[in-house]
Design a protein around this ligand. Structure first.
Ligand code: C2O
Ligand code: CU
Length: 603
């Protein structure tokens, strides 16, 4: 519902943009009526958004956009005149401008004052220019009104550009006593698991035979699966052979100490060709995790710099395990969806009666749909967190996996085949003889973690901090360029997005509302979060712990976490394109600073 309202409002706004100049030029009553009608439509849409989704979805519409359009158009209809028509046209266009150039809630007074001033100036100019016209002065032919109108967008863009330029020196948690460098894993004791990941340019061959100009860890992508038992100390040495952009290893979903987090420009410098970096951390939680480079993720994760990290429970059940990445490869003929490197149906043997666990990981930048055909199955874990009371799901239930997210799927092998199907032609079929053809299923149902499973929620406790994030599409400066992007957080793009500041031990409640027209998989480093509600509906299933939350158009998620891992952490959209465009912010602990800086985006 909220999602469609956002699209309806966007359509009305675009129509307003077309109708306003005509109405302003020809001050005809009928044309002004159209403008007033569009404004009324936007008023209704915003009102419904408020009722169904709450203030976070509707606030900038109700405080600025709709009043500008409605009041100016109403005036022109009520007291028609040339000047009123000019003001109505300008008011309508400004109302749309503030949809296209989102602003932080704190900026509302400035935005309103600037808009009202502009409208007053336009009214004044309209009168003066009208008189000039009669006197046939040359000056009167200049496009004064248009110039005055353009002043608002121009000023907005200059201010936004300055906020962005001021960004690179932005406060990394202030003048802290503790440097990120000091927040390491155990440095001296001998590791339980020791591995080396060597990053290099290597071609990767997909099952169809297509060859990708890829980047790999240890010559293969997905890279080697790293396995550890809970409580073990890992030591991973990352070596960069020839990846020019530099490489890091980020342990997605693992709450490592900050210095081990692998974020260039924040927790380390990217490892240049010929360089190396050692990561050490204890695997404290069981589950399916993954590692990937955090430098130029947009291209370099897509090209193959990722792999799985599985933390096992030493007393866990005996299962046949398989990890599969839903990946989209940049193949020579365009993007190809695959499970690992299988861009066509793949097979695997699994004896009847055997318990199977498929660890699915979405390493692509878009949400991926997964179905299981041939047997009822359970979602046993979400982002590595075991689901309590997981009940069997119908074959064909559609699972939507956020970019960066993981679902562990479990089932007991029947006598016939079971197929895990991904996008495009990709699927993996388990069967006793390992040769069966895929079984497709579609039940039309979609899996919803909000209500899945059962189990007591942790007791409610007071929060020391609350943060609200609004996600928008709009104009903004990112990396020094002005563009229209789907990547604004509270009206800003990284590095101009203020950090969320916390103190160690704080309990934090956060809300994220998406007014954007596309999906945003939000990922917080270093902490897992627990979803409290979505669109006002409380989470009622197993406590929904996650680290990567897919936020769709019109969604408002409320979640909590405990600030128990000091550092400067990334909180960003895992669609690397959006991240590169600026959908990044930091969670910064008081008293922590970073000695690293980079002209590059940290994603
Ligand atoms: Cu999987 Cu900051 O990323
Ligand atoms: Cu996004």
């Amino acid at each position: 519902m909220q999602g469609s309202l956002i699209f309806v409002d966007l359509t009305l706004a675009v129509l307003t943009l077309l109708a306003a100049p005509v109405a302003g030029l020809r001050a005809a009553r009928r044309r002004l009526g159209v403008l007033a009608g569009l404004a009324a439509g936007r008023l209704i849409a915003a009102g419904l958004l408020l009722l169904t989704g709450g203030l976070m979805l509707a606030d900038s519409r109700l405080s600025v956009q709709v009043p500008l359009a409605v009041l100016s158009a109403a005036w022109a209809v009520w007291r028609p005149s040339r000047t009123a028509a000019h003001v109505a046209a300008a008011g309508s266009m400004l109302s749309v401008w503030w949809l296209l150039a989102p602003f932080a809630p704190g900026d509302t007074p400035w935005v309103l004052a600037g808009s009202v001033l502009a409208l007053v100036a336009i009214a004044g100019l309209s009168v003066v220019v009208g008189r000039w016209r009669e006197s046939r002065s040359r000056l009167s032919r200049l496009p004064w009104l248009v110039g005055a109108f353009l002043l608002v967008p121009a000023v907005t863009l200059v201010v936004a550009g300055q906020a962005n330029a001021a960004g690179p020196g932005h406060q990394h948690g202030g003048t802290g006593q503790v440097s990120v460098d000091q927040l390491t894993g155990p440095r001296s004791q001998p590791p339980d698991v020791r591995t080396t990941l060597v990053a290099a340019r290597t071609p990767v061959r997909l099952a169809s035979g297509a060859t990708v100009d890829a980047l790999t860890f240890n010559g293969t992508s997905p890279g080697p699966e790293i396995r550890a038992e809970r409580g073990q100390l890992l030591e991973v040495t990352l070596v960069n052979t020839n990846v020019e952009e530099g490489v890091t290893a980020h342990w997605h979903g693992v709450d490592v100490p900050n210095a081990e987090d692998g974020v260039p420009g924040v927790t380390q410098d990217a490892v240049p060709p010929g360089g190396r970096h050692v990561y050490r951390f204890v695997a404290t939680r069981v589950g399916t995790f993954w590692y990937h480079t955090h430098r130029d993720g947009l291209l370099n994760v897509k090209k193959g710099l990722f792999g799985a990290l599985v933390v096992e429970d030493p007393a866990g059940a005996d299962e046949l395990e398989r990890t599969v990445f839903t990946h989209v490869w940049p193949a020579p003929d365009g993007d190809v969806a695959a499970l690992d490197r299988d861009d066509q149906p793949a097979r695997q043997q699994a004896p009847a009666g055997r318990d199977v666990r498929v660890r699915t990981v979405n390493s692509s930048e878009e949400p991926q749909s997964i179905t299981v055909g041939g047997a009822p199955f359970r979602v046993a874990a979400i982002d590595g967190n075991a689901v309590a009371g997981a009940t069997p799901l119908e074959p064909g239930t559609r699972l939507v996996l956020a970019a960066g997210g993981r679902y562990d799927l479990t089932f007991t092998m029947p006598a016939g085949p079971v197929t895990v199907a991904g996008a495009g032609n990709s699927s993996l079929t388990f069967s006793p003889d390992g040769a069966a053809a895929p079984v497709r299923a579609d039940s039309g149902e979609q899996f919803d973690p909000l209500t899945y499973g059962s189990g007591p929620a942790p007791p409610a406790q007071p929060y020391q901090r609350t943060f609200d994030l609004r996600l928008d599409d709009g104009f903004g400066f990112s990396q020094g360029r002005l563009s229209y992007v789907s990547s604004l957080i509270n009206g800003r793009l990284y590095p101009a997005v203020p950090s969320l500041e916390v103190a160690r031990g704080d309990r934090v409640r956060m809300r994220i509302a998406s007014r954007s027209t596309i999906e945003h998989p939000f990922h917080l480093h270093g902490h897992r979060i627990r979803v409290l509600s979505r669109n006002g509906e409380p989470a009622t299933g197993s406590p929904w712990w996650t680290d990567t939350l897919n936020i769709s158009t019109g969604d408002v998620y409320e979640f909590e976490f405990v600030a128990d891992n000091p550092g400067i952490w990334m909180d960003h959209c895992h669609n690397f394109r959006h991240g590169a465009n600026g959908m990044i912010m930091h969670l910064a602990y008081q008293g922590v600073r970073t000695p690293y800086a980079s002209a590059h985006s940290p994603e």
